[in-house]
Design a protein around this ligand. Structure first.
Ligand code: NAP
Ligand code: GDD
Length: 346
């Protein structure tokens, strides 16, 4: 077999970004190790089934320093991509201690293990546009002050600061301040995929996944996000670790849309025009035949909300030569079509 050029460890391999990043690294002839955690269900996330035999899976936990130390000692990676996290902002409000353990202290553990067992390894940390929180300027760039409003974001900010601290102490480590990125592999509990799966079910006459109802229950429709494609964003992660010196980068499309706009665009791809009626929690969305297809359920509201995000990725363009390839309309189209395909015949 051809000798592989570099060795990479990807934590969070079973997540949305893990699979796309592994594909990219394998294409570049890396030896790829993916860290997954033990689960009670059979096998791993379907997201990496197609990579069986190409990447090596190792079992570890960000909350368990012993497992991290052993893995890094065994692999001696050239590059570590830390994608593992409790990544759901809404859930972080009810699981703030766990979120802190994984999203902050997990990163501190990983740093310590790398320093001990593979001190020359470069580290990528999955930072986030959630750090901007209640935004203090728009668009948000690397210079925009952080103002986090969720337990998820406060934990990620502590990790972000840890990366900065280690960089100042000589470690090659970067934080990618990534804005929301989606794909047909996005988890079903995030708003884009929840809706593309939901509208595909409505189109095909299949009950909703969690409620069994024939309409979707959504939260705040007015929040705005800068949505890109995961495949584009993992390329930026890799590029950060190929620079001569490490730095932090904002990765974004520079376009912002509300949740309502995403919903209308996705319904449109499925051939459904939404007629909105009512206000606030009483608002409903109906299809052309007058069937209720959307209702508001306050259980999806968050105690604190990030209302508006739009990123300025000028530095990434200038220094990494990175630009997003997939734009909003194409992203929505790909996600809805993929869910329609998946659900046909069910
Ligand atoms: P995701 O789909 O939720 O995947 C998270 C991954 O982390 C999964 O593989 C999960 O394993 C693993 N994980 C969770 N807790 C762990 C623990 N204690 N120990 C080891 N592994 C653990 O997230 P994603 O969308 O791919 O995002 C990747 C990273 O980027 C995350 O850190 C996220 O916070 C950050 N981020 C994401 C976005 C975005 O829009 N997608 C934007 C900015 C930053 P299981 O499969 O076993 O649960
Ligand atoms: N999840 C969800 N479910 N969100 C809803 C719903 C719903 O039914 N209805 C409205 N929303 C709103 C949320 O209140 C939020 O304002 C917006 O849709 C986006 O929510 P998510 O898709 O859950 O993503 P997020 O922006 O909170 O967090 C994602 O992006 C961050 C980067 O900014 C995650 O991927 C984080 O891990 C990531 O750091």
């Amino acid at each position: 077999m051809e000798k592989q050029d570099k060795t990479a460890l990807v934590t969070g391999i079973t997540g949305q970004d893990g699979g796309y990043l592994a594909e990219l690294l394998l294409d570049k002839n890396y030896k790829v190790y993916g860290m997954h955690r033990r689960g009670s269900t059979d096998g791993h996330s379907g997201r990496i089934n197609h990579l069986k035999g190409k990447l090596e899976l190792v079992c570890g936990e960000l909350t368990d320093i012993g497992s991290l130390s052993k893995i890094i000692k065994q692999i001696k990676p050239d590059e570590v991509y830390n994608l593992a996290a409790q990544s759901h902002v809404g859930i972080s409000f009810s699981q703030k201690h766990y979120t802190n353990e994984v999203n902050w202290l997990g990163v501190e553990r990983l740093i310590d293990c790398i320093k001990e067992e593979a001190p020359n390894a470069k580290l990528y940390q999955a930072s986030t546009s959630e750090l901007f929180g209640e935004v203090l300027e728009s668009p948000q760039s690397e210079k925009t002050p952080f103002n986090p409003v969720s337990p998820y974001a406060t934990a990620k900010l502590k990790a972000h600061n840890a990366i900065k601290r280690e960089r100042e102490n000589g470690m090659f480590c970067c934080s990618g301040i990534l804005f929301n990125h989606e794909s047909p592999r996005r988890g079903l509990e995030f708003v884009t995929r929840k809706f593309t799966d939901g509208i595909a079910r409505i189109k095909l006459g299949i009950p909703q996944r969690e409620t069994g109802k024939n309409y979707l229950e959504m939260g705040n429709l007015e929040a705005r996000r800068d949505w890109g494609h995961s495949r584009d964003y993992v390329e930026a992660m890799w590029k950060m670790l190929q620079q001569d010196s490490p730095s932090d980068y904002v990765i974004a499309t520079g376009e912002t849309h509300s949740v309502r706009e995403f919903i209308e665009a996705a319904a449109d791809v499925a051939g459904i025009k939404i007629n909105w009626q009512g206000q606030g929690v009483e608002e409903k969305g109906y299809d052309q035949s007058g069937n209720k297809i959307i209702a508001i359920n306050p259980k999806f509201f968050r105690p604190n909300e990030v209302n508006f995000l739009i990123g300025d990725a000028t530095k990434a363009k200038r220094e990494l030569g990175w630009e997003p390839k997939v734009r909003f309309k194409e992203l929505v189209e790909e996600m809805v079509q993929a869910d329609l395909e998946k659900l046909k015949g069910k």
